[in-house]
Ligand binder design. Structure first.
Ligand SMILES: [Fe+2]
Ligand SMILES: [Fe+2]
Length: 183
């Protein structure tokens, strides 16, 4: 189903980004310095690509239909599983932003450790979250949602992609740039 295929390919891009995050954290340990520009740009990437574009589509299209049409089980899976994790991810990014700001003011080991802590917490959370969605949540949706609803997810996804094409491509370019820096 096209709507889900798009979400899975966005997961692949987010996983590529999470590998870069790990490399950037290892670099901090090796050099005892933080690449502030990378972390600032990463926060923008996460908030826009991973959260607004990807989580936004999940929450407004697929998950919405699951909450409304799959009874208590569907509602619980989304409300108490997926949405809670989206909020935890937002918390980790907020803390990463605060830590980066603090590091700019004071280049201390404590502030460096906070950056590593929240960046790696985000990485761990999103890796597990993506695995759960790919293996359990999306599969469950494809098996149990009415075909009409799945078709509506696809339709809305295509419309979203057409309206935001340039922005989405811009984030893929950012990802490629990050990969060139952290090979
Ligand atoms: Fe999600
Ligand atoms: Fe997702």
């Amino acid at each position: 189903m096209y709507g889900i295929e798009v979400l899975v390919s966005e997961h692949d891009n987010i996983l590529r980004f999470l590998d870069i995050v790990q490399k950037a954290c290892i670099k901090i340990l090796d050099t005892k310095e933080v690449d502030v520009e990378f972390f600032e740009e990463s926060i923008g990437f996460v908030r826009n690509y991973a959260d607004k574009i990807h989580h936004g589509k999940e929450e407004e299209f697929l998950f919405k239909y699951m909450q409304e049409n799959l009874g208590e089980l569907g509602k619980n899976l989304i409300d108490h599983g997926m949405l809670v994790e989206h909020d935890l991810a937002r918390y980790n990014v907020m803390m990463l932003e605060q830590s980066t700001k603090k590091y700019k003011e004071e280049k201390s080991s404590e502030n460096m450790l906070d950056i590593i802590t929240y960046a790696m917490a985000y990485r761990d959370l999103l890796t597990r979250h993506i695995d759960k969605e790919n293996r359990v949540v999306y599969t469950y949706a494809e098996k149990t949602l009415d075909k009409t609803l799945l078709d509506m997810v696809t339709e809305k996804t295509k419309k979203y992609e057409a309206e935001n094409k340039a922005e989405i491509q811009g984030y893929i370019k950012t990802l490629e740039k990050f990969e060139n820096i952290y090979k």
